[in-house]
Design a protein around this ligand. Structure first.
Ligand SMILES: [Zn+2]
Length: 281
């Protein structure tokens, strides 16, 4: 299983996942369709399906154009608001594309129909991958546009966290946005003594200088520096003034929202940006 990471728009990622035996390919959130088609052509693969994490335009807006271009293309997602949707998936539903297995993980909160996709190949040395859209970012988590802290807590610790139980195989995390530096700056505010956060920030700045993505990370590593996965740490609890995990998470998200709120942007623009899911991490 090969994953092509494609940086698009201001800070989004779309992905092309290739099954190397059959040359069948899946696109995850292909929001810039002509670029996706160029890559499909260059790689000499046939695109058979789109996996859409959620309906926001910067993830789903390429679906219609690709569906028009490729007859028979399946478009998977968990929300009726997703363009060109052919197959609405449910939690724990499994799909198969050649040797690639896909497990759909319902993760409502950023949007009510958000789905993460866990991909693996049987009898293959490649690490499994989880496409987390705007639920889990490198060193952060998505905004709670259509859900609650309780839901995000369940998504992060149960749904995604559990896929990291087998620590021998680090699951790769491919998220929807490059927010890593912003997220790590916030993580450093939360845990000024966390050496892993400092190391990661230095590394992420180097990647940025070289114009290289910080994805994928691994779920195992995320537990070392992502404050949203470190709710039981004393330092994180101290920062939030809370001890109950859901309350720690709620307070973290609220604080990051407050810090990243655009200050000089006129209200109308801010509302529009909010509606389109454009407001940073
Ligand atoms: Zn979004």
């Amino acid at each position: 299983m090969k994953v092509k990471v494609v940086s698009i728009l201001e800070d989004n990622y779309m992905y092309l996942v290739i099954e190397e035996q059959s040359k069948e390919a899946l696109a995850v959130d292909p929001a810039v369709p002509h670029r996706m088609l160029e890559i499909v052509k260059r790689e000499g693969v046939s695109l058979t399906a789109i996996l859409t994490t959620h309906h926001h335009w910067d993830h789903a807006r390429g679906n219609e154009a690709l569906a028009k271009e490729i007859p028979g293309l399946r478009v998977y997602g968990g929300d009726d608001r997703i363009g060109a949707l052919t197959d609405k998936v449910t939690d724990a539903q499994e799909l198969k594309f050649g040797a690639i297995n896909v497990r759909c993980l319902s993760t409502p909160c950023h949007t009510s129909g958000h789905v993460c996709y866990f991909l693996w190949e049987d009898e293959c040395a490649d690490a499994p991958a989880v496409f987390t859209g705007d639920t889990l970012f490198v060193a952060g988590c998505g905004r709670f546009f259509e859900g609650t802290a309780e839901q995000m807590h369940h998504n992060l610790t149960e749904v995604l966290g559990k896929t990291s139980v087998h620590k021998t195989r680090a699951k790769k995390v491919f998220c929807g946005h490059e927010y890593t530096i912003k997220n790590l700056k916030f993580a450093l505010k939360v845990e000024p003594q966390n050496e892993r956060v400092k190391e990661m920030l230095t590394w992420a700045r180097g990647r940025d200088d070289d114009d290289k993505p910080t994805v994928p990370s691994t779920l195992v590593e995320e537990f070392d520096y992502n404050p949203f996965l470190r709710l039981s740490e004393e330092s994180v609890q101290k920062f939030t003034g809370q001890t109950e995990p859901v309350e720690v998470l709620r307070a973290l998200r609220r604080e990051q929202d407050r810090l990243s709120r655009p200050k000089e942007r006129p209200l109308a623009h801010a509302m529009l940006a909010l509606e389109w899911g454009l407001l940073g991490p």
